[in-house]
Design a protein around this ligand. Structure first.
Ligand code: NDP
Length: 275
């Protein structure tokens, strides 16, 4: 089954499903089953990372799925310890080998780790991998405005995507505006705040009105803002539920009620200080 997921077009013309499947904190041995459930439900985009230790499990699910390579959009990420020009090239090879692929659709620098100041060298290596056809789109993750500007001071390759923590408790309006200006797609990680916002009255009230779950309302809010989302679940019913978000629309008032929940709530590390 293929769900009716819209795509976004990245600045280089590559298209990416607006809703994909995240596998952070899923043990490698359980990853193949989770990704298989997601592909069966109709997801066609999977977000992993070298540090998650489950690229092999993702690769197995892709291999047994029977889907053609071009039907699935695969993202993985360069880990912090592997930043630098040569180390990036080696880490990328290792990721591809684990995934069992000859290219990825999107490769991200996972964190800027600004005190180490290696992301510009890493980006040069990524430029080479793009030129070699091994990465269809290059992006970053957890980059703050200053990191994006510093990167673009030394490169003409604009990141296609910045994957950042974003949910109703942390709406990232400054970064979203800068992305719009630079032509960068905003991808939301922990789009459900790992569950922390699902009990909010503003969200449960909207959910009741639409006969949807709080998670579906939050995902719908993201999609209407134009964010790419990658909710994670290892629970088959939730995997299906999180994809069933295209048959209803939040009103302007409902969007505004959720906008009012913005309060600087970080569930993960602060990109300015993680090194
Ligand atoms: P999410 O916001 O996607 O939340 C996942 C949690 O919510 C799990 O505990 C899951 O439980 C639960 N959940 C999922 N669906 C529902 C539902 N319908 N109803 C109720 N609860 C639900 O958090 P993640 O941190 O996993 O973020 C998503 C993805 O973003 C990651 O998997 C990863 O791919 C990426 N990411 C990237 C980061 C980066 O630095 N670039 C950092 C963190 C995440 P259960 O699984 O038990 O069903």
């Amino acid at each position: 089954m293929t769900a009716n997921v819209p795509t976004v077009t990245l600045h280089n013309g590559v298209t990416m499903p607006q809703l994909g499947f995240g596998v952070f904190q899923v043990p490698d041995a359980e990853t193949t089953a989770a990704v298989t459930a997601a592909l069966d439900a109709g997801y066609r985009s999977v977000d992993t990372a070298a540090i998650y230790g489950n690229e092999a499990g993702v690769g197995k699910a892709l291999a047994v799925s029977g889907l053609a390579r071009e039907e699935v959009f695969v993202t993985t990420k360069l880990w912090n310890a592997d930043q630098g020009y040569d180390a990036t090239l080696r880490a990328f090879d290792a990721s591809l080998a684990k995934l069992g692929l000859d290219h990825v659709d999107l490769y991200l620098i996972h964190w800027p780790t600004p005190a180490r100041d290696l992301y510009r060298e890493s980006w040069k290596a990524i430029e080479r991998l793009v030129a070699d056809g091994r990465i269809r789109a290059a992006g970053v993750s957890n980059f703050q405005p200053a990191h994006l500007r510093r990167l673009l001071d030394s490169s003409s390759l604009v990141p296609a995507v910045n994957q950042i923590e974003l949910h109703p408790g942390l709406q990232q309006n400054e970064l979203r505006a800068l992305h719009a200006e630079l032509g960068i797609v905003t991808e939301a990680w922990s789009p459900l705040a790992q569950g922390a916002v699902l009990g909010e009255e503003a969200i449960t009230a909207v959910a009741q009105r639409h006969g949807k779950s709080p998670a579906q309302v939050v995902l719908r809010w993201h999609l209407q803002l134009g964010n790419v989302v990658i909710p994670k679940s290892v629970t088959p019913a939730r995997i299906r539920e999180n994809l069933d978000v295209f048959g209803f629309t939040l009103s302007d008032d409902e969007m505004a009620a959720i906008a009012a929940l913005d309060r600087g709530l970080r569930t993960g590390p602060d990109p300015d200080t993680l090194n």
